[in-house]
Design a protein around this ligand. Structure first.
Ligand SMILES: [Zn+2]
Length: 168
């Protein structure tokens, strides 16, 4: 069970709304599945030029190259690695640990897409080298604009399992 303070959940939803139609992304830190810190991270896919995108050779991006920047950001996110490093350092300095990554789905339900699972598994590939705990993956869906849906998942062996979440 992941506990998210109401103020942080509201800010995550505000972040998702501000970035629409692009996906937003960010990091949550805390202790024992209780969130206490929230970091908005830039989605670099929303801002990449065509040139920059061709230098980006991750296999998961091969299909994305055919899309317009808007379409691309609608379906995918990539956290700015510099900001991500800063957030993870700040989490360490607060004596807490990484709890979750989050991103938004503007037009689909709060369930990990195949791309989300691929990204999560890629992260698992180098997480231990970074000496980080296994994060949950949170999706904020704006499919129903009046009642955004926040759900958390554990992603292991290419499978996503929902973990219950409370906002308090
Ligand atoms: Zn997604």
């Amino acid at each position: 069970m992941l506990t998210i303070p109401a103020a942080i959940a509201e800010d995550m939803i505000a972040h998702a709304r501000e970035l629409t139609p692009h996906e937003c992304c960010g990091i949550l830190g805390g202790k024992l599945e209780s969130v206490s810190q929230h970091y908005r991270i830039t989605n670099i896919l929303a801002n990449l030029s065509e040139d920059e995108l061709t230098r980006f050779d991750a296999p998961k991006l091969s299909d994305l190259k055919q899309l317009s920047p808007e379409e691309r950001a609608d379906i995918a996110f990539q956290m700015d690695s510099h900001e991500m490093g800063k957030a993870l350092r700040d989490i360490r300095e607060h004596g807490i640990s990484l709890q979750a990554f989050y991103h938004s789905h503007t037009m689909s339900p709060a369930r990990p897409s195949q791309t989300d699972i691929t990204i999560a598994m890629e992260f698992e590939g180098y997480r231990e080298k970074l000496n980080l705990p296994e994060p949950l993956h949170i999706i904020i869906s704006l499919l129903n604009l009046d009642s955004p849906d926040i759900r958390a998942f554990r992603i292991r062996n290419h499978e996503a399992t929902e973990v219950s979440t409370t906002v308090s």
